[in-house]
Design a protein around this ligand. Sequence first.
Ligand SMILES: Nc1ncnc2c1ncn2[C@@H]1O[C@H](COP(=O)(O)OP(=O)(O)OP(=O)(O)O)[C@@H](O)[C@H]1O
Ligand SMILES: Nc1nc(=O)c2ncn([C@H]3C[C@H](O)[C@@H](CO)O3)c2[nH]1
Length: 268
Amino acid sequence: MATPPKRSCHVPASPTLSDSFWRKEKKISIEGNIAAGKSTFVRVLQGASEDWEVIPEPIGKWCNVQNESDDVSKELSSSQKSGGNLLQMLYDKPSRWSYTFQSYACLSRVRSQLQSPSIKLQQSEKPVQFYERSVYSDRYVFASNLFECGDLSDTEWSVYQDWHTWLLKQFTPEIHLDAIIYLRAQPQRCMQRLLQRGREEEAGLPLEYLEQLHFKHEAWLHHRSLRMDFDYLNDLPVLTLDVDDEFKKDRIKQEVLIDKVRDFLTTL
Ligand SMILES: Nc1ncnc2c1ncn2[C@@H]1O[C@H](COP(=O)(O)OP(=O)(O)OP(=O)(O)O)[C@@H](O)[C@H]1O
Ligand SMILES: Nc1nc(=O)c2ncn([C@H]3C[C@H](O)[C@@H](CO)O3)c2[nH]1
């Protein structure tokens, strides 16, 4: 008996947007270690062009998980609705919360990677959406590191990888990136910035954790030696920007970085 054709489960991000918009729009992920300066850098990008839109990392959702969708929750007060601070729970007890955190982080990233562009971007000639991290760093940097540290069990890591591959394949090509910008900073520099920023949840993070994440970013984006389940990622263009230097208050250094991004975009 002939095998019936596979039914496509994918849902277009926005059926009302024209094909030509999706063809010309570029999706770029900004990757880098904790406190390397991604949010700072995307703020600079946001102000640099009308054609550029930034999708921030949904950290607010992780620090204040909400029970919004079930019927019972309508009757609850806002404190009862709170599902807690998952980032804090992860850092306090990684062996208990890593799987939950990675599942939720990935779900919220899929949602933001599928987000429709603003009206302004839809009218742009050269639209670009920049994402703060991606569903790929979720797996190949963070989850993979937690598995190597023993905070995800063999079973949790297998289950995570199985649904991650399956889920992302349902959203091909909408979720595909066109390129990555890697903000490269030494772990010691990231630690210095992390301490200076003073986010409460991160207070006890050791330098060793930042070193492990640095090693993962380097293998993925510098040496390009990671084996990945998504073939297209192996050939994805990567722009590496050294961000060890102070650029936050230096307009000239910011312009240099923006020019590098503009040049990179012309090659895509
Ligand atoms: N180039 C820079 N020079 C000096 N300070 C910087 C620079 N980049 C970022 N900072 C400072 O370092 C701290 C961390 O930066 P930021 O929040 O942008 O990091 P991030 O990469 O977005 O962090 P996370 O991984 O947690 O999302 C902030 O206090 C920021 O002001
Ligand atoms: N475990 C883990 N998996 C992720 O996918 C992930 N993405 C971000 N983070 C942590 C880093 C910062 O503390 C904080 C803000 O970036 O959240 C993550 N942690």
